[in-house]
Design a protein around this ligand. Sequence first.
Ligand SMILES: C[S@@+](CC[C@H](N)C(=O)[O-])C[C@H]1O[C@@H](n2cnc3c(N)ncnc32)[C@H](O)[C@@H]1O
Length: 176
Amino acid sequence: MNGALVIAAAVGAFTGLFALWSWVMNRLDTSVAHPARVYDFLLGGADNFAVDREAAERGSASLPGGIERARAMVRSQRAFLASAMRRLAGELGVRQFLDIGTGIPNGDNVHVVAQQTAPASRVVYVDNDPVVLAHAHTLLKSTPQGATAYITATCATPIPSFARQPRHSTSPRRWP
Ligand SMILES: C[S@@+](CC[C@H](N)C(=O)[O-])C[C@H]1O[C@@H](n2cnc3c(N)ncnc32)[C@H](O)[C@@H]1O
């Protein structure tokens, strides 16, 4: 690649990232707690705002053990998800997964666990949160044998119409 192409690619990448960032910031409401960000806070992540942290504190105040108990429950839920994925992709031979309500990525993302077990696994992520979209690039790092895609949609979107939603994908094929 010559110098001009490298500069054009860098400018293109910057422009694309800036457009995505502007779109996310325009849709982001930091005055209302959001489940993805509350969950991220409970998992020890940094992608949350004061309103999300306050919601986590208040929401877990009535739990015996308070916020530490809430954190343990969320970690258990992630451990269960990873264990279920290993079983599905391993013993049961499932190769296509639809993850609705993806959440902000963390180390045990569905495609990572599935592809560690079966590298040809294909995963479509669906979420309606702009913060999750801003992290979608983390979800689009597939094995060469598999593929991942990210779709912005709600759980009320009929599954057949996912194919018409805007998507980011590691594969040029039209799927799901
Ligand atoms: C608590 S996180 C779950 C993360 C992950 N799936 C897990 O099990 O650890 C819930 C996610 O569901 C998403 N969500 C909530 N309502 C939704 C809807 N109506 N359609 C699509 N996604 C939704 C939120 O944006 C959030 O990212």
